[in-house]
Design a binder for this molecule. Structure first.
Ligand SMILES: [Zn+2]
Length: 376
């Protein structure tokens, strides 16, 4: 574990970038999509299956793991990698966002946040120091600063107040994280859709100094157009030679638009969550496998996809097992969705390296616009 965390940029095409993050647990090819393993599992997937889709890294949630089974228990059992049988890099969020979105009876002070667990009502406290401790106990490779962010739309005063608190917390997070060779700490830019606040936040983070920089506070209800407007300026405010991570994004077209604007890493529950509700994402857009049109259809979900769901099963089978409530339904659709998301990332990495991103992007949108194959 002596190897340092580092990022090398291999090529750019417009604002889009491709490169690699080196960690002692392996390389992360960028742009990278990180599947979300909320409760120490990417739901419905074995870790080796997640890896087989092409994922180099996955995300774990501090908020969920601190409540159940607790960070201390995971530490006693050898850390999160060993606990969940995933030996490649793991990024953990700080818990801040989910405390705000999931817990009850929150009390926010300069010191941190006191809240009640959504699981059993027990009382907990999270602060920059406690979040760093939990992420260290989990054994996370990429640790996120503890921050706070308002849902959008919010007024400028609320956004500024929240951003400045997050910057003070970023400084405390840096201090508490200390010097841990081979592990990285990412700062999180806040400031909503306001250019001046994003600039102020980026300057504060650069002054502290981090191994990577996240763009936080987007994909929180503002819509794609507003998010892209913010991404037209936000990534460029962050250091060119460090990875940039857009948190909680997104749908395939959100991901493509973010990469086009200079984002290197993303995460989202969408491919796994929609896999469990009968929703598939393909080159041709979204397919609702519940729909009766699939009941007699012997064709695969996507004839060009090489995932197990598309290689060995028909739309009729996927429709049947969803309707019958069989577990394999969520397993196959999650696998397909994760495979498709990783396929997009691999194609974008290749297109950026070849300097053909604009042409690739036109093809991506063109195939989607044509829509799903005609019913039989
Ligand atoms: Zn497939």
């Amino acid at each position: 574990m002596t190897q340092r965390f580092s990022f090398s940029l291999h090529a750019t095409d417009g604002h889009a970038r491709t490169g690699a993050i080196s960690t002692p647990r392996g390389e992360i090819r960028t742009p990278a999509f990180m599947p979300v393993g909320t409760a120490a599992t990417v739901k419905a997937m074995m870790p080796e299956s997640v890896r087989a889709t092409g994922a180099d890294i996955l995300l774990g949630n501090t908020y969920h793991l601190m409540l159940r089974p607790t960070a201390e228990r995971i530490d006693r059992l050898g850390g999160l990698h060993r606990f969940m049988n995933w030996d490649r890099p793991i990024l953990t969020d700080s818990g801040g966002f989910q405390v705000m979105s999931l817990s009850d009876l929150r009390k926010l002070t300069e010191e941190g946040v006191t809240f009640r667990s959504h699981v059993d009502g027990s009382k907990h406290f999270l602060s920059p120091e406690r979040s760093m401790e939990i992420q260290r106990l989990l054994g996370s490779d990429i640790v996120m600063c503890f921050d706070e962010c308002p849902a959008l739309p919010a007024d400028r005063d609320r956004i500024a107040q929240s951003m400045r608190l997050s910057m003070r917390w970023a400084e405390r997070s840096r201090e508490a994280f200390g010097d841990r060779p081979g592990h990285a700490l990412f700062g999180i830019q806040q400031g909503g859709l306001e250019r001046d606040f994003r600039e102020e936040s980026a300057a504060a983070l650069k002054e502290i100094g981090f191994d990577g920089y996240a763009i936080g506070g987007l994909a929180v209800g503002e819509g794609q157009e507003a998010m892209f407007s913010a991404l037209d300026f936000a990534p460029g405010m962050l250091p060119h030679d460090k990875p940039r991570y857009l948190m909680g994004v997104g749908k395939p077209d959100d991901i493509v638009g973010a990469v086009k604007r200079g984002v290197d890493m993303m995460d989202c529950v969408l491919p796994s969550r929609s896999g469990r509700t009968g929703q598939a994402w393909t080159r041709r857009g979204q397919v609702n496998i519940k729909n009766a049109r699939h009941a007699d259809d012997p064709r695969p979900l996507d004839e060009a996809c090489t995932c197990p769901a598309c290689s060995h099963y028909s739309r009729a089978y996927l429709h049947h097992v969803f309707r019958a409530g069989e577990m394999i339904s969520g397993m196959l659709l999650t696998w397909h969705n994760l495979h498709y998301f990783q396929q997009i990332m691999a194609e974008m990495r290749a297109a950026i390296a070849a300097g053909t991103f604009a042409g690739w992007e036109a093809g991506f949108h063109g195939t989607r616009a044509a829509g799903d194959i005609e019913p039989l």
